[in-house]
Design a protein around this ligand. Structure first.
Ligand code: TTP
Ligand code: MG
Ligand code: MG
Length: 396
């Protein structure tokens, strides 16, 4: 039987800030721009006790928690800690698949076979080592497959370790609301509930496959398999065959300022970059999705001047596209996609625009879009407005 871990850092951005500034420990924190219309990226568990959570408008968070301490995000720090975290996990088993900036899957089957150590003991050691070296607590799910491991890591936080297998899913997973099933979106959950499928157990036990098919479409079969504790997907760190990688986030509250859109694009760019690095791929073609309502969304794409997997480059282009496209309507979903993926070794990637600068003088709050525009100029490239680039490059 396989042994898969899913490891997810607890309140990641908030705990990174605490690691940098220990005086913040124990305080109710929200990581966000401190402007009236901003949206919270994440909250410390002290702030969550007041109901503050990711994607909540900051003014509501402040109302819920008057002593809230608002901290500006520092993505450079998060990225560094993310790398450190993944390297620690890789020292246990090389089969590691980063899933976002703060989480990864790790297949430790081989290690368990050779050392005969109990999976729980390995998880405990790993968690202690991650905490000792990064100062960030994490939770670990231990399961025979990726889906159950992902569900398990979310069950006990912070510093939780949860074993979830087909022999205990009845007690541990089936009673959970269907909306907490990984992969079920915020719009799908209410539709399932209306049809009487309110728990994960209901998905597992539904005998009328057509009912699920109507609600979940092509994914009905796979979701029922998941709910029954079955998932054959491999932990795969080097998916060279993928043609594209994309990430998106649906926001509970619409994003209403360019500042917030930029902040959230940055978070998405970090995630997509982590995944591209893990797969060893680069791309020169980026798209940004902005969704305004159920019916209305726009996807705009452009070709980048070089192949990259670098988060700063990706976010710079994403912002360029978004700035050009944004027309002040509230945005409910943002997505970034990279396609034309090729193995990193196959193309000559230019240095990141940022590598032109001496890293030691680099300011953390460097504006990526300005840097990109500067790079266009300094490389002698014609400086075009994003609109013009879009007209040229946009795909039919
Ligand atoms: P998560 O792992 O979803 O959340 P978390 O680590 O803050 O909390 P938990 O302990 O429940 O795992 O996301 C990782 C980071 O990604 C999070 O710290 C901030 C960022 N993020 C956003 O910027 N916007 C969002 O809407 C979410 C969900 C996360
Ligand atoms: Mg997390
Ligand atoms: Mg996570």
């Amino acid at each position: 039987m396989r042994v898969i871990f899913h490891i997810d850092m607890n309140a990641f951005f908030a705990n990174c800030e605490i690691a940098m500034h220990p005086q913040l420990k124990g305080k109710p924190l929200a990581i966000s721009h401190d402007s009236r219309r901003s949206v919270v990226s994440t909250a410390s568990y002290e702030a969550r006790a007041f109901g503050v959570h990711s994607a909540m408008p900051l003014y509501m968070a402040k109302k819920a928690c008057p002593d809230l301490v608002v901290v500006e995000p520092h993505f450079d720090v998060y990225r560094k800690i993310s790398h450190q975290f993944m390297d620690i996990v890789r020292s246990y088993s090389p089969i590691v698949e980063p899933a976002s900036i703060d989480e990864c899957y790790c297949d430790i089957s081989h290690m368990i076979e050779t050392t005969r150590e109990q999976p729980y003991d390995v998880a405990w050691r790993m968690q202690q080592e991650i905490y000792a070296k990064t100062k960030i607590p994490c939770s670990i799910g231990i399961s025979p497959n990726k889906f159950l491991a992902k569900m398990a890591s979310d069950m006990k936080k912070p510093m939780g370790i949860t074993i979830l297998t087909r022999s205990n899913i009845r007690e541990k997973m089936w009673p959970m609301p269907v909306g907490e099933m990984f992969g079920i979106g915020k719009k799908t959950a209410p539709r399932l509930e209306e049809a009487g499928i309110t728990t994960i157990g209901d998905v597992a036990k539904e005998e009328n496959y057509q009912t699920l098919k109507v609600l979940l479409g092509k994914s009905a079969y796979i979701f029922q398999q998941y709910a029954r504790g079955r998932d054959n997907a491999k932990v795969d760190a080097s998916d060279h065959d993928a043609k594209s990688i994309s990430v998106s986030n649906t926001y509970e509250y619409d994003l209403t300022t360019m500042d917030d859109i930029e902040l959230n694009l940055r978070a998405l760019a970090e995630d997509v970059s982590v995944r591209m690095q893990a797969s060893g791929v680069v791309s020169n073609h980026i798209s940004v999705t902005m969704k305004y309502s159920i019916e209305e969304s726009a996807v705009r794409s452009m070709t980048m001047t070089n192949y990259t997997q670098n988060a700063d480059d990706i976010v710079a282009y994403a912002i360029l596209i978004a700035q050009d496209h944004y027309d002040n309507r509230p945005v409910r979903l943002l997505g970034i996609g990279l396609d034309h993926l090729v193995p990193a070794g196959k193309v000559q990637t230019q240095m990141s625009f940022y590598d032109h600068d001496d890293q030691s003088d680099r300011k953390e709050d460097l504006d990526p879009t300005k840097t990109l525009l500067h790079a266009f100029k300094s490389e002698g490239l014609p400086l075009m407005r994003a609109a013009d680039l879009l007209k040229q490059k946009e795909e039919a």
